[in-house]
Structures are given as C-alpha cells and as structure tokens.
Design a binder for this molecule. Structure first.
Ligand code: NAD
Length: 346
C-alpha cells in the first residue's frame, strides 16, 4: 500500500485528494497546507487523514511514501526537491517548476535517488488525446500540417504566473506528445492588461521539423470558455472539443493539389474534399483519476511515466523560450534539437 501525502489544498488539491482516495493500492494518509482553513475543510470530509500545516514536519515523520504537490508554481521546485531528498516519490502539478534549471535539478535528483518524478500533464492521460495519438501513428490523418488550440475563459486570473505558464502547459504537452518531437523554434506575443508583467493573453507558435506548426492561444480575459484542439492532416482533420459530449470529431476534408499540375494557372485546379464526419468510440474515464492511477502504477512497478520529469522539463523549456520571445517583441527563439520528449514510452 503506497501512502500518499497531498500538499496544497486550494482550488485543485481537493480534486487530487478525491481521486487518490478512490484508488486501490494507495491510501491518502496525510494532507498539508499552510492555510489552516483549507486543512480543516479536507479533514471534515476525510477524517482518516492526518492534517499538517508545515511541509518540513510532514517530511520528518514517517507518514508517506509519496507526495503530490498542488501548490502555486513558484513553490514546486523547493517542495519537490525536499521530498526527493527524503527519498519520496513525487507527483508535481504542471508546470514542473518555474525555470529550466530548477527542472533539470529535479530530474537529476530523482534519477540519483531512483525515485519516480511525475508531472501533472493531465491531458496525456485523457482518452481523446491517446486516441488522437493512435490515429496519427496509424497514419489515419496523413502527414500532419498543423495543430492549433484555444484555451480561453473569463478567469480564473493568477497573480503568480502568466496565462502562458498557467494554461499553455496543457496545449504544449499535448502537441509534443501528438507529434512525438520537440519544437525547433518558438515565438510568442501577448499582452498584460491586469497585472504588469503577468500576461493575460498569449499567442504561441511552435515550429517543428518538417515545416509543421503548433499554434496555441491562451487567455483568461475572454468572454467564452473554449477548450478546442484541431489537428489538420493532409488525409483527414480532427477537432477535439473537451467541452463536448462527443469529444473527438474526424472530418474527411482537405484540399488536394492535382499531381500533374503544370504550373500554368488554367491548368491549376485545387480539389476540395468535403466528405463526411464521424465521432470515434472513446473510452469514458476521468483524466485526473487515470493520471493518479498511472502515478501509482509507475511507483509500484518502477516504470517510467510518459509524463516524467524529462517531459516536464521539455514543456518548461518551451515556456521559457516563449517567455523570452514575449519579452523581445515576439521574435522566434531557436531550441535545442534531438532531445527526447519524454523518458517514458506509451
Ligand atoms: N491539471 C489541471 O488541470 C490544473 C488545474 C488547476 C490548477 N493546477 C495546478 O495546481 C497547482 C495549484 O493550483 P491552485 O489553483 O489549486 O492554487 P491555489 O492557490 O488555489 O492553492 C494553492 C494552495 O497551496 C497552499 N500552499 C502554498 N504554498 C504552500 C507550502 N509551501 N506548503 C503548504 N501549502 C502551501 C496554499 O495555502 C493554497 O491553499 C498549480 O501548479 C496549478 O498549475 C492544475
């Protein structure tokens, strides 16, 4: 039985307490938050858990085998590092940490200590995204031209990190996973209307090898909630709308150039393909619960997660490059090539 301690019981942490409490092979034995009211709230609903305000005190007692960190991003590195140094397995909410160097250190220490370091890129555990990846690998969509995504809503506004760091990790992690590679360059523009230096709206463009593009639009200053990712292949196109009942819709649509076009304008006719659409069967399961189960499985079987520390590092490398681009007026930033997207495989 793996004993779990959940740290940070604000907006997101209670969801993790609920999911881990429902899973076999593990038991939530402790919860930690420096805000006493948050602790009391959880203690009322889960009387069996040990509430503790001080994270260091949690580490010094033999209460847990693994910690789940759902505190604000700026604290991820310090808390995760301490937990790894106490030989605990660690699940950190996205993004893994604020800087690339912090992420590198966590990856190194997890490796030295032989502990599981798992990042909360929850969509890589969502059935629609796994289905999309299977379709791409089976060449059902053809060669991928671009992927675009919109993650918009009115709030919740953060003051510690920008909409880029708060929202885009989901889209970046999905695009890297779907394409199976890291971008070769990153450009980002946006604006900070509410808090100086904290961007409310960002437009990120990632360029991948083979002239493939990933475009991400994130905002917490938008009238409508949207969670849409579109994959455009030259055989088929797919729209994944996370707010719909039928989450994936495959379109037999495209525009083909005639193979024997001479280049003469009269000879050059584009062929529009406007076939039907369908929604493939997708296994229904809660992504967050699937993610928690995968963490427990990886700890129990000593397996490397797809969302491991390396994967968390790759996403923060993109965020870091995007942030630099944002500060330099949107110029493209070159990225290191040939690095793996993750240490784990699916
Ligand atoms: N996967 C998702 O879809 C998703 C959704 C929302 C938030 N998140 C992530 O979850 C994390 C938390 O976000 P949130 O919205 O719940 O934040 P929040 O501000 O609502 O809650 C954070 C909690 O952590 C506590 N805390 C802060 N520092 C602490 C410390 N050193 N020791 C103990 N407790 C501490 C605070 O008291 C607070 O209760 C962030 O990393 C965020 O990106 C993920």
């Amino acid at each position: 039985m793996i004993r779990i301690g959940i740290v940070g019981l604000g907006y997101w942490g209670p969801n993790l307490v609920r999911c881990f409490s429902d899973i076999e092979n593990c038991k939530v034995t402790a919860v930690c938050d420096q805000n006493y009211d948050q602790l009391l709230r959880i203690k009322d609903r889960y009387p069996g858990v040990y509430p503790i305000e001080d994270f260091d005190a949690l580490l010094d007692r033999d209460l847990v085998d693994a910690v789940v960190i759902a505190t604000p991003t700026v604290s991820h590195h310090q808390l995760a590092l301490k937990a790894l140094q106490h030989d605990l397995h660690v699940f950190v909410e996205k993004p893994l940490a604020k800087t690339v160097n912090e992420c590198r250190e966590l990856v190194e220490v997890a490796e030295q200590r032989n502990r599981t370091l798992f990042v909360g890129h929850v969509f890589l555990h969502a059935s629609p995204v796994i289905k999309l990846r299977e379709m791409i690998e089976a060449d059902e969509l053809g060669s991928i031209n671009y992927i675009s995504s919109r993650r918009l809503n009115l709030g919740p506004v953060r003051e510690d990190v920008s909409a880029l760091y708060d929202l885009a990790p989901h889209d970046i992690s999905m695009m890297l996973y779907l394409l199976g590679q890291n971008p070769i360059s990153v450009a980002c523009s946006g604006f900070d209307r509410l808090t100086p230096g904290i961007h409310d709206v960002c437009n990120l463009t990632m360029t991948f090898e083979g002239n493939r593009i990933g475009m991400v639009h994130v905002s917490w200053l938008d009238p409508r909630k949207e969670r849409v990712l579109t994959v455009v292949g030259d055989k088929r196109m797919v729209v994944y709308d996370d707010l719909e009942q039928e989450k994936i819709k495959v379109f037999d649509k495209g525009i083909d150039k005639p193979k024997n076009a001479s280049g003469d304008f009269a000879d050059f006719q584009l062929a529009y393909r406007c076939g039907g659409s369908y929604s493939p069967f997708i296994e229904e399961r809660e992504p967050l619960k699937a993610e928690c189960q995968e963490f427990i499985r990886c700890v129990a079987e000593r397996d490397v997660p797809v969302t491991d520390g390396v994967n968390g590092l790759r996403v923060v490398e993109v965020l870091d490059a995007a942030d630099r681009s944002l500060k330099m007026g949107g110029i493209p930033i070159e990225m290191a090539t040939g690095t793996p997207v993750s240490g784990g495989v699916r």
